[in-house]
Write a protein that binds this ligand. Structure first.
Ligand code: THU
Length: 142
């Protein structure tokens, strides 16, 4: 991903913050997931009065994509923060990193973080989830 592509994906993630349903935490997150064929699947966090039933923005985007038959991805952009302001970077939680690991190549999949100062940080999945457990481990058993 070049800078312009990353910026474009991040703009979509920031736009998605406005759909966030976060009445309990007040922490609004948006995500934009780029598939191998160029389609962008968006997501926001969706909270629940039974807190454990809440879903993160990243997983919303992944589950939308997979449920529509897409399983090959290049990158995800994420933006979020208190009261809908992305003052800091919003790195994905551990569960979302594991969901990424199911469908993405840890060496090449890019995680693009942005804040409201226009700053961008890019990580490979391998950096955020080292020594990970993935589908390959179970495939070896079969
Ligand atoms: N959240 C996300 O949607 N993505 C992240 O990467 C971090 C956390 C959501 C979950 C919850 O609705 C709120 O932010 C506070 O944890």
């Amino acid at each position: 991903m070049n800078d312009r592509e990353s910026r474009k994906l991040l703009d979509k993630a920031e736009e998605m913050m406005r759909f966030s349903y976060a009445p309990y935490s007040g922490f609004h997150v948006g995500a934009a997931l780029l598939s191998a064929d160029g389609t962008v699947y968006t997501g926001c966090n969706v909270e629940n009065a039974s807190y454990g039933a809440s879903n993160c923005a990243e997983r919303t985007a992944f589950f939308k994509a997979v449920s529509e038959g897409c399983r090959s991805f290049k990158a995800i952009a994420i933006a979020g923060g208190k009261d809908g302001r992305a003052e800091e970077f919003c790195p994905p939680c551990g569960i979302c990193r594991q969901v990424m690991r199911e469908f993405c190549d840890p060496e090449s999949f890019e995680i693009i973080l942005g804040n409201d100062k226009g700053e961008i940080r890019v990580f490979r999945l391998k950096e955020l989830l080292p020594e990970s457990f993935g589908p390959d481990a179970l495939a070896e058993l079969g």
